[in-house]
Structure formats: C-alpha cells, structure tokens
Design a binder for this molecule. Structure first.
Ligand code: C2E
Ligand code: CA
Ligand code: CA
Ligand code: CA
Length: 279
C-alpha cells in the first residue's frame, strides 16, 4: 500500500511538472508569437435568421506555433491573462479586426459588424479606452461597425468606474455585447444601467435545446428580459435546425454556430460571405 501511495505521488508530481512545463512553454512561446505576429484571426459569421443574411462576424484568435502546433484560445488566453500579456495580445487582435473593417468599407461587407472579444483583465487595464481610441484612429475603422464582446461575469460587481468606462467606449461609437450571457447573475436593474445593445446567449444553454428544461428556462428568461429592456439577443453555438427553430420561435433572430459556419480564415470568410449573399 505504501509503494502504491508513493507511485501515485510520483505520478502526481510528474504530471504537475508536465503541466508546469507546458505552461512555461506556452508563456515563452506566446511572448515570441505576439512579437512576431504568429497570432492571426479567424472569423465566424453571424446571421439574422429571418432571411439568413450575414449581419456580422466574430473575430477569434488563433495561434499556430512552430513548436506547439495549433494552440487553442482556451489554452493561451488564460496564460496571457496571468502573465500580463493580455494587453499586448488584445491590442493585436483589435488592430487586426479594425484593419479588416477598414478594408471592407467600400465593398459588399461594409454593413457587417466585426465583433471582438475583450478579456475581463484587458477591460480593466488603465489605458484600455485610450488604446481602443488610438487603434480606431490609426486604422480608420468605422467604430459603429466594431462591437466589443465583454463577458457578463467581467462586469459583475463593478462600480461606477466600470460603467463610466463602458460609456466612454460607447461615446467612441462602438457597440457593446454581453458575452457568455446566462453564466453570471445580472439583474434586470443592473442590465438596464449598462450601455449595451446585445446579449450573447452562451453556448452551454443552446447546446441542450430544445429537450433540456433548464436550458429552455434560461433561454426563455433571457429572451423575455432582453425584450423588456429592448436589447438584441444573439445565440451562439447553434449546431442544429432544431436549436435554431426553437429560439427563432421565441423571438431570437440573431444566430451564430456551426450550423451556419465554423470560424474561417479571412479569404475563406470572404468567399463564404460572397456565396451566402447570392443565395
Ligand atoms: P467565446 O467568446 O464564447 O467564443 C465562442 C467559441 O465557441 C469559439 O471557440 C467558437 O469557435 C466556438 N463555437 C462557435 N460556434 C460553435 C458551435 O456551433 N459549436 C461549438 N461546439 N463551438 C462553437 P474558440 O474560437 O476556441 O474560442 C474559445 C474562447 O476563447 C472564446 O469563447 C473566448 O472566450 C476566447 N477567445 C477567443 N479569441 C479571443 C480573443 O481574441 N480575445 C479574448 N480575450 N478571448 C478570446
Ligand atoms: Ca465571444
Ligand atoms: Ca460563450
Ligand atoms: Ca468566453
């Protein structure tokens, strides 16, 4: 029994080392990746289910490392947050998204919203609003076509300072969406005070629709809350016609998910959008 315990312990320590090593490899690699521009964006189109026209795209960070291969954002965003690199990374992402919007300005995609994820830590950074303003200015992007997605939990329990920051972003012309909605505890009263235009219903609630009663209850509550506050709702992670139909029947018009398209690199996105516009 004693040696079994020792073995368990050894395996535990070894796995800790592997994890710590991996974490360090990601951290070191990420620093270089940011400097060398190894981070690119894929874009997932968003649709109005009324006519299945594209209304926007969400930018999603992608890192292809020469050593590590493709590192998913769920692995490197947390490391970027813990190491303070999230500010540089976030600026890189916003810059690329704004450059895309700028390129689109005189073409068929000029009306599309380009949504960008903002991490909680990035949002609370001292110079955040100033850096957003600088990037808008530098790229010539149309701020009305740039949407910032900030998670519901990032805005929970924050005071007047946070609210003022949101107001300043709105004053730049940007629109704001509350991401991963349903995973936090926003009250009607609090939502009403936030200068947001959109709620993004989290995929975890869409996933088990229409059969799961709890998911259905949360989706329905979100939709009626949004209706009362005149906010748009976009459902993420739509994979099936049944999920789409369920939400559409309850007043949710905006949709995003594999049913329509996976996130795509820029060229494939533009080809996809051109093709979708023909339909
Ligand atoms: P998120 O903001 O909730 O983004 C949605 C995630 O769901 C994306 O994963 C997307 O590829 C995936 N997805 C979209 N449709 C479907 C579907 O129908 N089914 C399934 N199973 N998944 C779907 P991804 O790209 O791996 O990103 C994961 C998370 O990483 C994002 O979650 C976001 O929190 C974070 N992230 C990604 N890019 C950035 C970024 O540039 N900045 C920050 N701060 N966070 C980012
Ligand atoms: Ca998002
Ligand atoms: Ca989500
Ligand atoms: Ca998220």
């Amino acid at each position: 029994a004693k040696s079994a315990g020792r073995n368990t312990m050894r395996r535990f320590v070894e796995s800790m080392n592997v994890q710590a090593f991996e974490r360090l490899t990601i951290e070191n690699g990420l620093r270089r990746a940011i400097e060398r521009g190894e981070i690119s964006l894929h874009y997932q189109p968003q649709f109005d289910a009324i006519d299945d026209r594209a209304v926007g795209v969400e930018a999603l960070a992608r890192w292809t490392s020469p050593q590590l291969g493709v590192v998913p954002p769920d692995r490197f965003i947390p490391v970027a947050e813990e190491s303070g690199m999230i500010h540089a990374l976030g600026e890189l992402v916003l810059l690329q998204a704004c450059q895309l919007q700028r390129r689109w300005q005189n073409g068929p995609n000029a009306h599309l919203l380009v949504a960008v994820n903002i991490s909680a830590l990035q949002f609370t950074g001292q110079d955040f609003v100033a850096s957003v303003a600088a990037i808008l200015h530098e790229t010539g992007a149309d701020a009305r076509r740039i949407e910032l997605e900030i998670t519901e939990t990032a805005l929970m329990g924050h005071g007047p300072e946070q609210l003022e920051r949101l107001e300043r972003l709105r004053a730049l012309g940007l629109t704001l969406a509350l991401d991963d909605f349903g995973t936090g505890y926003s009250s009607l009263g609090r939502l009403n005070r936030l200068p947001i235009t959109r709620l993004k219903l989290d995929r975890s609630f869409v996933q088990h629709l229409p059969s799961d009663a709890d998911s259905a209850a949360i989706a329905n509550a979100t939709l009626s809350m949004a209706r009362a506050l005149k906010l748009e709702v976009i459902a993420e992670g739509i994979e099936t016609e049944a999920q789409k139909a369920y939400l559409f029947a309850r007043g949710c018009r905006l949709m995003q998910g594999y049913l329509y398209s996976r996130p795509l690199p820029e060229e494939a996105l533009e080809a996809f959008l051109a093709e979708a516009a023909q339909r």
